[in-house]
Design a protein around this ligand. Structure first.
Ligand SMILES: [Fe+2]
Length: 381
């Protein structure tokens, strides 16, 4: 098959192996390289993967998680954000943001997404631009005088509101309050760069013209083709109401209770590349082990707990952020016996589902074929 040498192992099993080095083969590989050809049998050291054997001795390959689990502690990040306002009186790149760099990745928080903490001090405008990168903002410190303008609509950023800036939407951020505004950004930067699809444009003005407040409507001015009626703001008040309404539903042994933010135009995820959820771990919850091929980043809204991985435990509390790389086995634990823990999470599940790559494994499914969930795709608008 394609140049690989197939042979039988000591126990009669079927294995793939690289061919024995010999002068003829070395000379062939050198001649091939001169013509920009490479043997399929030549190992690719840049492709991390775990090679194992199945029950019948057959070769099995699975991904190695990209990056490592990590927690960014709010109490450690907050003074750094405030120092950034002192060290940079104005933001020269328009965004005073600090990227959560995964300790085991060259760039990004996961292989497809990155998160940042961004601070906008009182009176500042993070000027208008747009890019093909899809982005979201999850507000931490905000209020009615903090807002993002998305394609002409001013979207207020109260604490824990979700604001979307889908690819190629003009956006500028404003803080007209007397307190620092801080939020977590989520962006599909590593994916966009890997696909070499990054386009960026400055408006050339500090702020775009506003067409009015954010009033999601089923009507629009005639001729405004392409302007979506979908919401770009998901207020925390509404999310919390949905969480409370769900409190009598059953609890999933791995995940607790999960609610998904929905794009009502498609019934799918809020961004083509990113799915957003609220995860509620009831008091005393000790989840079962789970892993899936999606990577995720969480921000703790309320509560204290820990996430247990094969080789480490990471403790978290309010406003801390956590990354769970792809295919990383983990359990979620709420340390409180009285209060729920509530997490906002974003994951790259829509990409994997669209490509047919999504797999998950829990205690119940470990011995079975990988499961593909009933996950709705977000169709492009
Ligand atoms: Fe942006």
């Amino acid at each position: 098959m394609g140049g690989a040498v197939n042979r039988t192992g000591p126990e009669g099993e079927f294995v793939m192996a690289t061919p024995q080095a010999n002068p003829l083969l070395s000379e062939l590989e050198a001649r091939m390289a001169a013509h920009h050809l490479r043997g399929q049998w030549q190992a690719d050291a840049n492709r991390p993967q775990k090679v194992g054997k199945g029950a019948n001795g057959q070769v099995q390959i699975e991904p190695v998680p990209a990056g490592v689990p990590h927690v960014w502690k709010w109490q450690e990040v907050l003074p750094l954000l405030r120092s950034a306002c002192e060290a940079m009186k104005e933001s020269h790149t328009a965004r005073r943001a600090m990227v959560f760099t995964n300790p085991a990745l060259q760039r990004g928080t996961t292989q497809t997404m990155l998160a940042t903490f961004q601070i906008v001090p009182p009176g500042e405008i993070a000027w208008a631009h747009r890019h093909t990168i899809n982005a979201l903002r999850f507000s931490i410190k905000g209020g009615e005088k903090v807002f993002t303008v998305v394609d002409g609509r001013a979207l207020v950023m109260e604490p824990y509101d979700l604001i979307l800036t889908p690819g190629w939407c003009w956006h500028d951020h404003h803080n007209e309050s007397d307190q620092d505004a801080i939020w977590m950004d989520g962006l599909d930067v590593p994916l966009t760069l890997a696909l070499n699809q990054s386009f960026f444009e400055e408006l050339g003005e500090i702020a775009q013209d506003r067409r009015g407040e954010d009033v999601p409507s089923l009507l629009r001015p005639a001729g405004e083709r392409g302007v979506s009626a979908r919401p770009y703001r998901y207020p925390w008040k509404e999310a919390l109401r949905a969480v409370q309404a769900q409190s009598r539903e059953g609890v999933d042994p791995c995940h607790g209770r999960i609610l998904e933010y929905v794009n009502p135009s498609t019934g799918g995820a809020v961004l083509p590349t990113v799915n957003c959820q609220i995860q509620v771990l009831p008091p005393g919850f000790e989840g079962e082990r789970f892993r899936h091929t999606a990577s995720s980043i969480a921000l703790v809204i309320e509560g204290e707990g820990k996430t247990v991985f094969d080789d480490r435990e990471l403790e978290w509390g309010r406003n801390d952020s956590l990354v769970i790389p792809n295919w990383c086995r983990h359990r979620q634990i709420n340390r409180s016996k009285r209060e729920p823990a509530i997490l906002f999470t974003m994951s790259d599940t829509p990409i994997l589902a669209a490509l047919g790559f999504y797999r998950s494994e829990s205690r119940d499914s470990a011995a079975a074929s990988p499961s593909v969930p009933a996950f709705k795709l977000s169709a492009a608008e």
